[in-house]
Design a protein around this ligand. Structure first.
Ligand SMILES: Cc1ncc(COP(=O)(O)O)c(C=O)c1O
Length: 392
């Protein structure tokens, strides 16, 4: 009998897979289905990026390097400077990744000692499950902190007892936040940096939704460091910013000692992006026009849904940025409300899919077109009026 890694049994599969299967079955009958479940909008990847990829496909294919092309590291550093006012040395403070998911998953392998006293990894739940998977597969312990609407859906290290901070090696922050869309400001980041430094805890900020903001540009954790990047990293991605989920491109930036360690680890893993993807990524980081256009599209969809939720008297929380809206389940049961919406051919994610702290809430991903959002709202409203959906 072949042995099995207990981490696999502990973590299980994709928590949204069941919902997606059901949605696919419903879709097969040909009638419209309004799918707000998966965080993968279908706006096309901008031409300038596709063209850069095609032009870079040469006759000879070679292994890419984990350190990436110097021009890609320079493009990431230049974007960080323009967007966040933070100076990064492209050679020592930037390493590219194949999207942010693998970067998040693999990062503990560089810092977590599975036999040491600091094996815990802090993250906020509801949240992105890969913080837990990375910890557990590296031989550590996932230590989720329950987020609340009162706490602004933020993992505040200032609220945790010293013993919990002392047994951890990494704390993950994520703003703008999946699934709640909550944001954080530079002052809040400063407080987290102070606590993390006092406890020798690596602070990593997952900033993959950085460019999907609506009122104020979302700051980076690195803005709160005043040029001293010891013990802090940020993970960035082109997936959401540039409609490049299928390309797999992002970067890890920050503390040069940690970046050096990642450059030792990552060639073992074999996740370096193909050179043609790196060329497309350079074009993407160097262009801001398409980012503004995408933001305008999400803004229009968001307004349709926000107007509807307000009119229906449904409480919205977080939701200041990202292409997610987070709302309280009328009737209190997120799974029951998701089921009831499915009968109206509207797919929303029950909050408990993102951890027990998400129970009672649902997430809408702004995936359908503006017209699709309008049609979904009309169906939703009609169901409320007909008494087919639970209300408070
Ligand atoms: C919070 C968060 N982090 C990271 C990722 C991974 O994104 P990617 O690997 O496409 O950069 C996602 C994807 O949905 C996410 O929601």
């Amino acid at each position: 009998m072949v042995t099995s890694n207990p981490a696999l049994d502990q973590l299980g599969g994709n928590r949204l897979a069941g919902l997606q299967e059901l949605a696919n079955r419903l879709r097969s009958d040909g009638a419209p289905l309004y799918d707000f479940a998966i965080g993968d909008p279908d706006e096309p990847t901008p031409d300038v990026i596709r063209r850069a990829l095609i032009d870079a496909v040469g006759p000879v294919s070679r292994y890419p390097t984990a350190a990436g092309q110097p021009a890609l590291r320079a493009a990431v550093a230049a974007w960080f400077g323009r967007r966040h006012g933070v100076d990064l040395d492209p050679d020592t403070e930037v390493v590219p990744s194949s999207g942010s998911k693998e970067a998040i998953f693999h990062l503990p392998l560089a810092v977590l000692d599975p036999h040491g006293p600091r094996r815990h990894v802090l993250w906020g739940e509801p949240g992105y499950p890969t913080y837990a998977s990375g910890a557990v597969f590296a031989g550590g312990v996932s230590d989720p902190v329950t987020l609340t609407p009162e706490g602004g859906w933020r993992l505040s290290l200032t609220d945790l007892p010293a013993a919990r901070l002392q047994r951890a090696c990494i704390a993950w922050l994520n703003h703008p936040h999946n699934p709640t869309g909550a944001t954080a400001d530079v002052g809040w980041y400063r407080e987290q940096v102070a606590v993390a430094r006092a406890h020798d805890l690596l602070l990593v900020s997952d900033e993959c939704y950085q460019e999907i903001w609506f009122d104020e540009p979302a700051p980076s954790l690195l803005e709160a460091c005043d040029g001293d990047l010891r013990g802090v990293l940020a993970v960035v991605s082109l997936s959401k910013r540039s409609g490049m989920t299928g390309y797999r491109s992002g970067a890890i930036v920050g503390d040069p000692e940690l970046i050096a360690r990642l450059k030792v680890l990552r060639p073992h893993v074999g996740t370096a992006s193909p050179d043609f993807v790196q060329s497309a990524a350079i074009a993407a980081w160097n262009d801001q026009t398409h980012v503004e256009e995408r933001r305008g599209i999400f803004r229009a969809k968001r307004e349709v849904l926000l107007d509807h939720l307000a009119e229906a008297g449904i409480e919205v929380s977080g939701s200041a940025a990202t292409f997610y809206l987070w709302f309280r389940a009328p009737g209190g049961d997120d799974a029951a409300y998701a089921q009831a919406l499915l009968r109206e051919r509207i797919v929303a994610s029950p909050g408990r899919a993102f951890g027990p702290g998400g129970a009672g809430w649902l997430r809408l991903a702004l995936v359908p077109s503006v017209e699709g959002c309008r049609a979904a709202v009309a169906a939703w409203r009609a169901a409320i009026e007909a008494g087919r959906l639970p209300s408070d």
